[in-house]
Design a protein around this ligand. Structure first.
Ligand code: SF4
Length: 181
């Protein structure tokens, strides 16, 4: 039985979360499944960063290339629920399924290190995915490791994104710096 499958959102977050769980005694694997990252070239940069960190940490990382922005926007639009909850739920649902398929005893996510993520949504989505898959979801608030993730990813030369992932988050991040001509 393998131990923990970690949903992996990007290299910088993984650079602190992979070592954290390894030091806790878990054998970990990673799954990069993030169809919420727009545009596609940005997705590629983050996938490449995650691969580099996995190599440095000695973690086996599976890249799930499923990428369909039209389907992602339709999924988010067709619900009354919070956008981030829907987004995180889909990613953790896929992680839980993969964990069940590969015989992991639990799953978690590198999102837990970010102070910018919706942590109640992470907990709710993880619990729902656990109930559907029968694999335990482990939540830890790892925001105290955020500065370490910044320091380590800078030291390792890992690509660091400037917004969460979707086009909406990119607009929210940069709208104040708009320059009208
Ligand atoms: S802001 Fe981030 S978590 Fe929320 S919907 Fe966009 S990509 Fe997903």
């Amino acid at each position: 039985m393998k131990d923990m499958l970690l949903h992996t959102c990007c290299g910088p977050c993984a650079s602190a979360v992979f070592p954290y769980w390894t030091q806790k005694g878990f054998r970990i694997g990673g799954l990069f499944f993030n169809p919420n990252i727009h545009p596609f070239q940005e997705w590629r940069c983050r996938a490449e960063g995650a691969v580099q960190v996995a190599e440095k940490c000695g973690v086996e990382l599976l890249i799930d290339g499923t990428y369909d922005p039209a389907a992602w926007f339709a999924q988010v639009r067709e619900t009354d629920e919070r956008r981030c909850l829907v987004c995180i739920r889909e990613r953790l649902r896929q992680t839980a399924q993969q964990a069940a398929k590969e015989g992991y005893s639990c799953f978690s996510t590198t999102l837990a290190v970010s102070p910018y993520q919706d942590h109640p949504a992470i907990r709710q989505a993880g619990q729902q995915a656990a109930e559907l898959s029968g694999v335990e979801f482990v939540y830890r608030d790892l925001k105290n490791l955020y500065n370490e993730s910044r320091r380590r990813s800078r030291e390792w030369g890992i690509y660091r994104q400037k917004y969460c992932g979707c086009l909406i988050s990119e607009w929210e991040r940069f709208r104040e710096s708009r320059t009208d001509r």
